[in-house]
Design a protein around this ligand. Structure first.
Ligand code: MN3
Length: 148
C-alpha cells in the first residue's frame, strides 16, 4: 500500500508571516500532529481547559512561554519541545532528533514544537528563540484542548 501524505489542513501560506510559505512547502513531508497544532487565525492566549491547566502548572501563560522557550533554545542540535500531561499535571520536556515521549513509554504529548532547523531556518536563520516566540501566534489551542 502506497503511503499517502496527509493533506495539509490549510494553505501553505496560511501561517504567514510567522511561518513562511517556502518552509511549509519543504517541511510537508513528515509529521501529522504538528500540522494540527498550528492553524491560521489562531494563536494568542490559551482558551478553555488548557488555559486553566497552564495557569495551575506554570503560574501563567507568560511563565509557560518562558519555560517553553528555554526548553526549545536549550535543546542542542535538532529536536522537539513537548507539553506533557502526566498524572493530571502539565510539564514541559524536550527530546533530541526525531525522538518523542511515546518512545519512553509515556503518554502522547498534548503539544509540541519542532525545533529542527528545517522548521524555521529559511525565515529565522539561527534565531531559534525568535521562531519559538513567533510560534505562539499560530498555536491551535482548540486542538490542544481536544487532548486534555
Ligand atoms: Mn520537522
Amino acid at each position: 500500500m502506497a503511503h499517502e501524505l496527509p493533506t495539509l489542513p490549510y494553505d501553505f501560506a496560511a501561517l504567514e508571516p510567522h511561518i513562511d510559505t517556502q518552509t511549509m512547502q519543504i517541511h510537508h513531508w513528515n509529521h501529522a500532529r504538528f500540522w494540527t497544532w498550528m492553524a491560521p487565525n489562531a494563536g494568542g492566549n490559551p482558551t478553555g481547559k488548557i488555559a486553566d491547566a497552564i495557569n495551575s502548572a506554570f503560574g501563567g501563560f507568560d511563565k509557560f512561554k518562558e519555560e517553553w522557550g528555554k526548553a526549545g533554545a536549550g535543546r542542542f542540535g535538532s529536536g522537539w519541545v513537548w507539553l506533557m500531561k502526566d498524572g493530571g499535571k502539565l510539564s514541559i520536556t524536550s527530546s533530541p532528533n526525531q525522538d518523542n515521549p511515546l518512545m519512553d513509554g509515556k503518554a502522547a504529548p498534548v503539544l509540541g514544537t519542532d525545533v529542527w532547523e528545517h522548521a524555521y531556518y529559511l525565515k529565522y536563520q539561527n534565531r531559534r528563540p525568535d521562531y519559538l516566540a513567533a510560534w505562539w501566534n499560530v498555536v491551535n489551542w482548540a486542538e490542544v484542548n481536544k487532548s486534555l
